[in-house]
Ligand binder design. Structure first.
Ligand SMILES: Cc1cc2nc3c(=O)[nH]c(=O)nc-3n(C[C@H](O)[C@H](O)[C@H](O)COP(=O)(O)OP(=O)(O)OC[C@H]3O[C@@H](n4cnc5c(N)ncnc54)[C@H](O)[C@@H]3O)c2cc1C
Ligand SMILES: NC(=O)c1ccc[n+]([C@@H]2O[C@H](COP(=O)([O-])OP(=O)(O)OC[C@H]3O[C@@H](n4cnc5c(N)ncnc54)[C@H](O)[C@@H]3O)[C@@H](O)[C@H]2O)c1
Length: 454
C-alpha cells in the first residue's frame, strides 16, 4: 500500500481543483491531484466549453443576417461537431495528466475518499496518502426530476447535459425539462440547429431567478424562434413511443419527442467521499464551508460542491482564495456581485439583486430600463434590426447600484461594469461621470443612470 505524505491533496480536477492545484504547484508545494474521470471536469467536457462552442456558430449566422450586405451563412453540422470534439479534447485528458506530472504533481486516477484525519488521509483505490491539506472540489451532478417512467428509459432518449453536449446527430424533436440556464442554452441551441423544441418549465417564468422583465424578454425571443414554452407545469410521465418518447404534462397535454433533455438543476456531489465520517458538515449534499472556504482545519471546499453560486468563475475564485489560505494567507471569500450569464442570443446577464429583492431588504429602491436601440448608436452599427435592454436597480439612500441586468449582444462582457460598481460600492455619481468609449454598449449605463435621476 502506497503511503506518501504530501502538502495537499486536491480531490476533483474541474476548474476549481485545477486553479488551486496550479497555484500550489507554482508555489513549490508537493501536491497530489485525484480525478475519477477527466482533468478539466464537467466544465471542460460536458458543460461550459461545449455549450459555448455549439452556441456560437448559430449566433454568428443570425448576426450575419443582421449585418448589412451579408446573407446568412449555411451551418454545416459535421464541421461544428468536429470542432466541438476538438474543443472537448475527444474526451481525452492525457495531455493534462502529463502537464501536471511535468509540474511535479502526483496524479492519481480514481475516486478519492477521506479515510481519516490528524493527519488527513485520502484513499484512491488501493493507494492511501496523508496530507496537511485536502481540497474537496468534486463538483455537482444533475438532479433527476420525479417523472413516472423516466427510470425505465435509457440515455439514447433521456439526455442530461452530458448526452446533449456530446450529441452526434441533431434530434428532430426535443423536449427540454427545466427552463433556466441549462434549459435555455440547450433549448436555443437545439432549435437553431433544426430541432423542434418544447420547453417545460415548472415555474411561472424562464430563467426564474432573474429580474422578471428579463424572463419576459427571453420568453418573447423563444416565441419568435418558434420554441414552444409551457410554463407553470411539469412533465408527469414519460413512456417509450417507437424510437422516441411520449411525455404527458400535468394538465394531461401530450408532447412527442425524440429526446427528453433534463435541465432541472444540479446538486453538490459529495456521495462516497467519507466527509461526514471525518466530521465535516453537510447541508443536504453541499459541503459546508466558512468564509475562508474551510470545512475543518486543513479541509477545504471549493466550487459546485459547496453549493454556492454554481459557476466556473466562482469555483476558480474559491480556488484562488483557498490556495492563498493554504500558502499562509488569511483570505475570506466575498460573493458580492457575482455576474450570472446565460449565453443565449441575445445574451442574458444579471448581477446583484433584483428590484423585488431590494424592496424586500428595505432598500429605498429606484429602477431604470433602457431600450438600447432607442438610445444608443452601437446597436445600429452592430445590427440592422437591433434589440437590447439594460436595467438598473439602485439604492436611492446610499446612491449606489445594487443590481443590473441586460438582454443584449455581448452583455456577458459589459455587465462587468455594473459588477465592479456594485462590488466596490462605487457611487452612482462617479459612474455617471465616467467616459465610456463611443460607440459601445457601455454607453447604456450613462443613459440608464440619468433615468434613475439620483
Ligand atoms: C450545460 C452547462 C453549461 C454550463 N455553462 C457554464 C458557463 O458558461 N459558465 C459558468 O461559469 N458555468 C457554467 N456551468 C456551471 C459549471 O459547469 C460549474 O459551475 C463548474 O464546472 C464547477 O466547477 P467545479 O470545479 O466545482 O466542478 P466540476 O467541473 O464538476 O469538476 C469536478 C470534478 O471532480 C471530479 N470528481 C468528482 N468526485 C470525485 C472523486 N470522488 N474523486 C475524484 N474526482 C472526483 C469529477 O469527475 C470532475 O472532474 C455550466 C453547467 C452546465 C451543466
Ligand atoms: N452560462 C452559465 O453560467 C451556466 C449555464 C448553464 C448552467 N449553469 C449553472 O449550472 C447549474 C444548473 O443549471 P440548471 O439550469 O440545470 O439549474 P437551475 O437550478 O438554475 O434551474 C433549473 C430550472 O428547472 C426548473 N425545474 C426544476 N424541476 C423541474 C421539473 N420537474 N419540471 C420542470 N421544470 C423544473 C426550475 O424551476 C428551474 O427554473 C446552475 O447553477 C447554473 O447557474 C450556468
Amino acid at each position: 500500500m502506497e503511503h506518501e505524505h504530501v502538502d495537499a491533496v486536491v480531490i476533483g480536477m474541474g476548474p476549481g481543483g485545477e486553479t488551486v492545484a496550479g497555484r500550489l504547484l507554482a508555489a513549490g508545494r508537493r501536491v497530489a491531484v485525484v480525478e475519477r474521470e477527466l482533468i478539466g471536469g464537467e466544465c471542460g467536457y460536458w458543460a461550459c466549453i461545449p455549450t459555448k462552442v455549439l452556441l456560437r456558430p448559430p449566433e454568428v449566422g443570425r448576426e450575419a443576417e443582421g449585418a448589412a450586405g451579408l446573407s446568412r451563412p449555411d451551418l454545416e453540422w459535421s464541421g461544428l461537431r468536429a470542432y466541438r470534439d476538438r474543443m472537448i479534447r475527444h474526451l481525452d485528458d492525457s495531455a493534462q495528466v502529463r502537464g501536471y506530472r511535468d509540474q511535479g504533481a502526483l496524479v492519481l486516477r480514481g475516486a478519492g475518499r477521506l479515510t481519516g484525519r490528524d493527519p488527513w488521509r485520502v484513499g484512491v483505490g488501493e493507494a492511501e496518502l496523508t496530507a496537511d491539506h485536502v481540497v474537496v472540489a468534486t463538483g455537482s451532478e444533475p438532479v433527476l426530476p420525479p417523472i413516472e417512467g423516466l427510470a425505465e428509459l435509457d440515455s439514447s432518449v433521456v439526455w442530461t447535459n452530458r448526452e446533449a453536449t456530446t450529441l452526434t446527430d441533431v434530434p428532430e424533436r426535443a423536449l427540454v425539462v427545466g427552463g433556466s440556464a441549462v434549459g435555455v442554452e440547450l433549448g436555443q441551441f437545439l432549435a437553431r440547429v433544426g430541432s423542434r423544441v418544447t420547453v417545460v418549465q415548472r415555474g411561472p417564468r424562464l430563467v426564474d431567478r432573474e429580474e422578471p422583465r428579463l424572463c419576459e424578454l427571453i420568453g418573447d425571443q423563444f416565441e419568435r424562434e418558434g420554441i414552444t414554452v409551457h410554463l407553470n407545469t411539469q412533465v408527469s410521465s414519460v413512456a417509450r413511443d417507437g424510437d422516441g418518447v411520449e411525455a404527458t404534462l400535468e394538465g394531461g397535454e401530450r408532447v412527442s419527442a425524440d429526446v427528453v433533455v433534463l435541465a432541472t438543476g444540479r446538486r453538490p456531489r459529495t456521495g462516497g467521499l467519507g466527509l461526514a465520517e471525518v466530521g465535516a458538515e453537510l447541508d443536504r449534499s453541499a459541503l459546508v464551508v466558512d468564509e475562508r472556504c474551510r470545512a475543518a482545519p486543513g479541509l477545504w471546499g471549493i466550487g459546485d460542491v459547496t453549493g454556492r453560486a454554481m459557476f466556473t468563475h466562482v469555483a476558480k475564485y474559491q480556488g484562488r482564495v483557498v490556495a492563498d489560505n493554504i500558502l499562509g494567507g488569511d483570505r475570506g471569500a466575498d460573493y458580492t456581485a457575482v455576474p450570472r450569464v446565460v449565453f443565449s442570443h441575445p445574451e442574458i446577464a444579471g448581477v446583484g439583486i433584483t428590484a423585488d429583492q431590494a424592496r424586500e431588504r428595505g432598500i429605498d429602491t429606484v429602477t431604470a430600463e433602457v431600450d438600447l436601440p432607442a438610445s444608443l448608436a452601437r446597436p445600429w452599427t452592430y445590427d440592422t434590426d437591433p434589440r437590447g435592454t439594460l436595467g438598473l436597480v439602485a439604492d436611492r439612500g446610499h446612491g449606489v447600484l445594487v443590481g443590473a441586468w441586460a438582454f443584449a449582444p455581448m452583455a456577458s462582457e459589459w455587465i462587468h461594469t455594473a459588477a465592479l460598481a456594485i462590488r466596490t460600492g462605487l457611487p452612482v455619481a462617479a459612474l455617471a461621470d465616467s467616459i465610456p468609449q463611443f460607440p459601445t454598449f457601455n454607453e447604456a449605463y450613462l443613459v440608464a443612470l440619468e433615468e434613475l435621476g439620483l
